[in-house]
Structures are given as C-alpha cells and as structure tokens.
Write a protein that binds this ligand. Structure first.
Ligand SMILES: Nc1ncnc2c1ncn2[C@@H]1O[C@H](COP(=O)(O)OP(=O)(O)OP(=O)(O)O)[C@@H](O)[C@H]1O
Length: 275
C-alpha cells in the first residue's frame, strides 16, 4: 500500500494485459420526458478499473444517462447492471450500498458547514448512524471507536487531496477548484468502487485541474473505476483509455481515443469535422 492509498481497492487492480471484468453494463436504456426521448436505447459497458470518458454534444443525453444509472431518474426501459447486480431503477441512497457513487455539487445547505463536517456527513449517513446508538450506554464504546475511525479516514482523505489546511473552512468560501476536490473527497468517504464524475473540471483552474487529474489517476491505479462526463474533449482523449460517444440519446461510437478521433460518424456528429 502506498502512503497515499486511501481505499481498499488495491486487491482489484488487474495485472497488465489481463482482460478486465465489466463493472457497469447499460443495456438499451431509455428515458423520456414527455415527448422528448433524452436517452434512446443506449448501451455500453465500463470495464472494472478503467477510466472511461462519456462525451457527446449538448443534449446528447449524458447527464440523463448518469441520472438513470444512479437512480435520480427512473428509466422507462432497458437495464443497468453493476458488478453483475441488476440495479435498474435503484434509489439514489441505495447506490452506495453497491459501491457506486456520483459526485454532487455542494448543496447550499452544506455551504455553511466546514470541509471537515462535509466529509463526516456522507459516511455517517452511509453507516446509518442512529440516535439510539449514541444514547444507549452499551453502544457508546462502539460509537466512539466508529467516530475515531471515521475521523482517521477524513484526515487521510484530506491529506490525499492536499486540503488539510482548509479543513475548518466553510465550504461556501472555497474556490471552484477546491469545491471540486471536496466533491470528490465526499464521494470517497462512501468508500465506493466506482465513481461517476459529471464535469469534474468545470470552473477549475489549470493548476488544480492537473492536481485533480493526478488524484484521479492515482485512485485509478488503486483499482477504482471512473466514468467521466466532460466537455473538454482533449482532456478526455489524453486521460481516458476508453471513450463512449453519445449522440441524440444513443451511443454513436465506443473505443480507444485514437479510434474515436478517426471515426467518421463522430467527426460529423460531434466534432464538426475539426479533430
Ligand atoms: N428534466 C427534464 N425534463 C425535460 N427534458 C429534459 C430533462 N432533462 C433533460 N432533458 C432533455 O433531454 C435531452 C438530453 O439532456 P441531457 O442533459 O441528458 O444531455 P447532456 O448530453 O448531458 O447535455 P449537456 O452536455 O448540455 O449537459 C435534452 O434535450 C434535454 O433538454
């Protein structure tokens, strides 16, 4: 284990050249909003331990697909399987039980909480901490031990993201880039196996963007799986080994960056002929 290793994912790292397992399988996914078919029979797979980019022009259905996978929207058709489990129509709060988590913008009500408090919260919700546990004397030792472990994890994650110095800062006072780091740190508190990142670099300055990318690569080497929606095409092509292109609700192409950038349909539909 490296000093910065914060998860228990290292066991799942695939030796080079070995066929990876499928982590996420989306099959014939459909989501309609009234007369609009936002996701139109989209099918794709994400390999375990991979860094996969999901790209496509505005309105292609990327966010809706994310929402369907993580239970924010209930799909109208198709299925979603995660590590072989059928999670179609899952509730958002159930995702963490499966080890699947997506980053969320820091909600307004969290802005008044410190970075530390923001990190404590998801793990507490996750462990299902209940009031009775803290008032029953026989449970107190457990609670204290749990709190201690939780704080240890919080500080490990703060160190990993190099944001210990802002631990006591209110989330609302952070810069855009620091917020993105906090969003990812919060997701990691849930101890996921796969992270879905929706535009993780939006509004992030180049220095922090590099830092964030380094962290993602480091986590990926530990065995975490990433599916990233991002508008910055170059960034996806340089950092993801696999790219899925959505267009008008469906998957137009899938493959490594080289294949995608030379795919005629992609060039026509998405890149406007300018690769
Ligand atoms: N809640 C909703 N109600 C009605 N239509 C919606 C809703 N959410 C998305 N849509 C529509 O579904 C289509 C797909 O939208 P979606 O946000 O998934 O695309 P996207 O690829 O993420 O786009 P962008 O890159 O611009 O964020 C669009 O036509 C959008 O207007």
């Amino acid at each position: 284990m490296s000093d910065t290793e914060i998860g228990s994912q290292s066991d799942t790292v695939q030796p080079e050249g070995q066929q990876n397992d499928v982590e996420l399988k989306v099959d014939g996914l459909v989501k309609r909003f009234g007369g609009i078919t936002a996701v139109d029979s989209a099918s794709f797979e994400v390999e375990s331990g991979s860094m996969t980019g999901l790209i496509g022009p505005n309105g292609a259905g990327k966010s809706t697909t994310f929402h369907c996978i993580t239970g924010i929207h209930r799909p109208d058709g198709g299925s979603v399987r995660f590590q072989g489990n059928d999670i179609t129509g899952i509730r958002p709060y159930q995702c963490a039980d499966y080890g699947l988590v997506r980053t969320f913008q820091i909600a307004r009500e969290m802005a008044n909480m410190t970075v530390l408090e923001n990190l404590m919260l998801p793990a507490k919700q996750q462990s299902g901490e209940q009031l009775w546990r803290s008032v029953m004397p026989f449970a107190r030792r457990d609670v204290i031990e749990e709190e201690r472990e939780l704080l240890e994890r919080v500080w490990d994650i703060l160190e990993f993201f190099e944001i210990e110095h802002i631990a006591e800062e209110k989330a609302g006072n952070l810069s855009g880039g620091q917020r993105k780091l906090l969003e990812m740190a919060r997701a990691l508190m849930i101890e996921p196996e796969m992270l879905l990142l929706d535009e993780p670099f939006a509004g992030v300055n180049p220095t922090l963007e590099h830092k964030l990318l380094d962290h993602i690569h480091e986590l990926r080497e530990e065995g975490y799986t990433f599916l990233i929606v991002e508008h910055d095409m170059d960034l996806i092509m340089e950092n993801c080994e696999r790219v899925i292109v959505m267009h008008q609700g469906s998957v137009l192409a899938e493959g490594n960056p080289e294949t995608i950038t030379s795919n005629e349909q992609v060039i026509e539909a998405y890149l406007g002929g300018d690769v």
